[in-house]
Design a binder for this molecule. Sequence first.
Ligand SMILES: [Zn+2]
Length: 340
Amino acid sequence: MTSTYPTRRPTDASHLDDREPELPRELLNLPWVDVHNHAHTLSWGDRERYALSGCRAMVMVASGYHWTPYKPVRPEDVRFLWDDAINRRAAIERNHFFETGLGLGIHTGVRVEDPDELLDAMDEYCGLDEVVAVGETGVTPSQHASAWGVDEQRAVVGAQMELADAHGLPVILHTPNRSGESGRPYRPGMGTPGYEKNPGPGREPVIDAENPALEAVRIDVEAMRDAGLDEERVVASHADPNNLAYLMEHTDCYLSFTVGHSWLIGVTAADVADAIDEYGPDRIMVDTDCANVLRTDPFALKRAILELWRYGIDEDAIRKVVLENPREVFDLAGSAPVPG
Ligand SMILES: [Zn+2]
């Protein structure tokens, strides 16, 4: 190639050729929806990071034992989590402009005493305009502080699915990941640095199966069918290579890949790209699951958008998984201008 540059000798600019890809400038401004995070537990600065990187809407999930100080957990402890999110939601929107919907649920990561009392109360909460989803919930193989038998867990998950069905709400399923084994363990009692969870109160697993994480998802799917819930109203969050084929081939659920703590669960934009290649973008979403108890990254979803394109996914498919699918299921970001 003949250089027309006035540089003293040829530079890289003289060696560029026609294979340079056409860059997807529109992705820089593509609005996106985070369908599962705990942003109300983050700092103001973290929530600003969502706004600065183009978040158009999010589902803030007020469910999880991490934030209830008392163990075992009582119904009023979970109610506090729901009420706290309801209390702060409008101020968060006003500060950062993105739309916020709430996910309210009973997480099974720790046993809740008298869950029926909570389920009764939940019925009324589900009628609120700001509640856009039930969850996160789903059978978990082992609990913190107080074990919860599989049958009881399944009943609580199923009852929440029935409530979701009655209120026309989607369900965010917490599907357990197979934890990525690192080569060398930490000292006993250290837990996992980056995840504020005391290792001491961890209980023995209640699911005895070769693949407990997948078995938990199978039980959730049974509960979903028993509840008569439309499968397209269920979003299995924490999709991973362990549950992808089962959920795609044996259900009509959506799958959401959690990319906000890849260091912990090993799921990255590459997994999302592989799933889109294999199954198409129609039932795929991406979420961050950012929370204050975890080393998480509010920029993760924006990074994943750019990374998906680098991995060969086209702009239309990216827009589908980060904006259009969430909009369809959660009825958020309705008036977002869609570039392209
Ligand atoms: Zn979560």
